[in-house]
Design a protein around this ligand. Structure first.
Ligand code: AP5
Ligand code: ZN
Length: 204
């Protein structure tokens, strides 16, 4: 099973991926998570990527494409691509390798909702789990005490990330039109997930 999940910043890609991989035996490949790991490790790629990420721009393909291809090669049980491809050139790089999804999920959420999700988002550095101060609060005080905020999760930076998203998404959608399903992401995460489960069932 090969799935791509797309959507604006904070549309719930990572949250749905947590639920999808729990149920289906897929390798979750999030370019945002992979890049943040490079930044945290202080690698050359990480140093380069950080500048773009802080500006809400796309990290250059020289960094991203090889990183994803390496992960895809080791994903023998199928994969779940989160936030990749997000430009026409990235989609073309996959097409050139005959790498295609069975399903391309587009999560739709209004911009004004996205801003509230971004500013309230917190991450658990121990488990990698995604929380929200209001919508998905931490289960214990111990977890609450260690939560961190992403450097690009400010109201100002999300506007730039949204601009980047809207200027690229249509060209990617054009490539995957035949396998694209639009899912209303502005509902409780369990309801969104139920729709995704139905889409996966329809494939089988
Ligand atoms: P990336 O990390 O992918 O950021 P993004 O696309 O902006 O998406 P997010 O991770 O912010 O949101 P999400 O959709 O995963 O939402 P989440 O589930 O966390 O990329 C970061 C940067 O890396 C990019 O800006 C770029 O610079 C670079 N990059 C990445 N990929 C690249 C590529 N392919 N090429 C070049 N550069 C690349 O949820 C958000 C919040 O909402 C959470 O708090 C969550 O708890 C809450 N929430 C989720 N679902 C719901 C719901 N249904 N109801 C209420 N709250 C919800
Ligand atoms: Zn994410």
């Amino acid at each position: 099973l090969r799935i791509m999940i797309s959507g604006a910043p904070a549309s719930g890609k990572g949250t749905q991926c947590e639920l999808i991989v729990q149920q289906y035996n897929l390798t979750h490949i999030s370019t945002g998570d992979l890049l943040r790991a490079e930044v945290a490790a202080g690698t050359e790629n990480g140093k380069l990527a950080q500048e773009y990420m802080q500006r809400g721009e796309l990290v250059p393909n020289d960094v991203v494409v090889a990183m994803v291809e390496k992960k895809l090669a080791s994903a023998t049980n199928g994969w779940l691509l989160d936030g990749y491809p997000r430009s026409l050139s990235q989609a073309e790089a996959l097409e050139n390798m005959n790498i295609r999804p069975h399903l391309f999920i587009l999560l739709e959420v209004p911009d004004e909702i996205l801003v509230g999700r971004v500013v309230g988002r917190r991450l658990d550095p121990v488990t990698g789990k995604i929380y929200h101060l209001m919508y998905s609060p931490p289960e214990t005080p111990e977890i609450a005490a260690r939560l961190i905020q992403r450097g690009d999760d400010t109201e100002e930076k999300v506007k730039l990330r949204l601009e980047t998203y809207y200027s690229n998404v249509q060209s990617v959608l054009d490539v995957y039109k035949p396998v694209t399903k639009v899912v209303d992401g502005n509902r409780p995460k369990t309801e969104v997930f139920a729709d995704i489960q139905n889409l996966i069932t329809e494939l089988q």
